[in-house]
Design a binder for this molecule. Structure first.
Ligand code: PLP
Length: 494
């Protein structure tokens, strides 16, 4: 399998090279030339464990890994770190099937990919005779940060630096990151928003002089952001897994179409669903759910992507994004895998903050539906579903749940639907509980944790217990202009 840059048809990489590089030259993203069809039936997959499904999917996408290497990566990632043997259970509530992607170490869906990425990356380094230490550079809107830190903490041959918007993540998210104990970790808050953090990280990746300098010191950058193909591919797995669980429990027959609803920020999770559909899943609609930062909703309804608007801080911070990096991959595909056309649109995004796709391209988007939920709607939805059957969902999942309700009302489409449940409510306790009853707002963060346990009957996850009394280890705060400086300081190469 060849991976190719979305911005330059001549730049290619093997899977392991693409995983190591993270990003292609000039800001391009690596995409597979074609996605092969699954070579076993969905009925067979329905009998497999999560790890077995992972192997069947990943072996088709990471073709330069041996069976032994891939199974080592999969089995190291999806083990007792998860609090259920199912890894990603599918539960039925409110007319839909929620696949809970938050049973890993940091109780958010980012764990699904970031548990395996360190193994994919260190295996890729070995395969490519890399001697440098790999430095993971990550911008996070909240959840990626801790999931990446947890994945890479104390992994030999790696270091990791994480930047987050100082005032743009939840208190629990921040505490999770700044208490990280891994000796090879660095965390800094930046004084502006996520997009600035992401832009700063991208700038460092593209800086040739910096690359040479670090190489001379025995370091090289790689990315744990959702632009890395080593994150995207593991995310395809749970869509295949969730679909086949519905086959196994008789909800659908293999071959039936389903809708997939994804609460979307950087467009990685929903793109993985799209890739999974090309590989094997019959999908009716991909429902892309946004919060008040509804740049994607506007894109799917008008064909124009326009990030020139106010950035809104919401109760679903991991979706507070105006530049959805992974959308570029979809743009490239609907342009007919045309790197030149894609590069032209991305240049326009860079210079004017917007671009418009052609009528032909728009026609290829008919399986996508964009929707959004306002802050008031998100809160109402959490309360409504809780009142129905006691299920408490987090704010991001509630965005998806509400958008799905609106979709059904609008279309009367009653196709069986899978909703990606992307975080545990324990990660956003205050927003979740005050949605149910505003009185909760007077309580402290950890009091709320105990209240949520009472109300939901779900045990407090380890990820929350362990930060209750943890010491703050990382207290760097910097301006976006100083990101390179603090990274060099962390590496001891000022
Ligand atoms: C990252 C994240 C999202 C958005 O996922 P993308 O792949 O960036 O679209 C949604 N919900 C939660 C809880 C997340 O952490």
């Amino acid at each position: 399998m060849i991976y190719r840059s979305t911005r330059n048809a001549n730049e290619t990489a093997s899977a392991s090279e693409a995983i190591l590089k993270g990003l292609a030259e000039n800001g391009g993203l690596f995409v597979p030339d074609e996605i092969p069809a699954l070579n076993i039936s969905l009925d067979e997959v329905a009998k497999m464990s999560y790890q077995e499904v992972a192997y069947e999917v990943m072996k088709l996408m990471f073709t330069d890994f041996t069976e032994e290497e891939l199974k080592y990566c999969i089995n190291s990632a999806y083990d007792e770190k998860f609090d259920t043997k199912l890894i990603a259970p599918v539960v039925k509530h409110h007319n839909a099937n929620y696949i809970e992607l938050f049973h890993g170490k940091t109780i958010a869906f980012k764990d699904m990919a970031l548990s395996i990425l360190p193994y994919l990356l260190t295996t890729s380094a070995k395969k490519n005779n890399i001697k440098n230490d790999i430095v993971i550079l990550t911008a996070t809107s909240g959840d990626t940060g801790k999931a990446a830190l947890a994945g890479f903490a104390d992994v030999p041959g790696t270091k990791i630096a994480v930047f987050y918007p100082k005032n743009g993540v939840s208190p629990i998210q921040e505490k999770q990151m700044v208490t990280e104990k891994g000796k090879n970790t660095f965390v800094a808050g930046i004084t502006s928003n996520f997009d600035d953090a992401q832009t700063g990280v991208k700038k460092m990746f593209q800086d040739k002089a910096l690359e040479e300098y670090l190489d001379s010191k025995g370091f090289q950058f790689s990315s744990a952001n959702s632009i890395n193909i080593g994150r995207l591919v593991p995310q395809m797995v749970y869509y295949v897994y969730s679909y086949t669980r519905l086959v196994a429990d008789g909800t659908i027959k293999a071959g039936d179409k389903v809708n997939i609803v994804v609460p979307t920020g950087n467009f990685g999770n929903i793109l993985a669903a799209y890739y999974a559909s090309i590989m094997c899943l019959p999908v009716n609609k991909f429902i892309c759910a946004s919060n008040d930062n509804k740049v994607l909703y506007d894109f799917f309804t008008t064909g124009t992507y326009d990030k020139n608007r106010d950035f809104i801080l919401t109760t679903s911070p991991s979706m507070d994004i105006l530049i959805s990096s992974n959308l570029e991959r979809l743009i490239y595909h609907i342009a007919g895998n045309d790197a030149a056309k894609n590069a032209e649109l991305m240049k326009s995004l860079n210079t004017t903050g917007k671009y418009e796709i052609t009528a032909d391209m728009k026609e290829r988007l008919t399986s996508f539906y964009g929707g959004y939920a306002t802050e008031a709607e998100v809160a109402e939805q959490i309360k409504k579903v809780y009142n129905e059957d006691g299920y408490i969902m987090d704010t991001h999942t509630a965005v998806a749940s509400k958008v799905y309700d609106k979709y059904r009302e609008e279309t009367n489409d009653d196709t069986v639907t899978i909703i990606a449940s992307t975080a545990s409510p324990y990660k956003f306790t205050r927003s979740v509980l005050t949605a149910i009853d505003p009185e909760y707002d007077s309580k402290g963060d950890f009091e709320l944790v105990d209240e949520l346990a009472k109300l939901s009957g779900v045990k407090v996850p380890n990820a929350v217990e362990e930060i209750r009394n943890a010491d703050i280890i990382h207290n760097t705060v910097c301006d976006k202009e100083d990101m390179e400086k603090v990274v060099k300081k962390f590496l001891g190469v000022e």
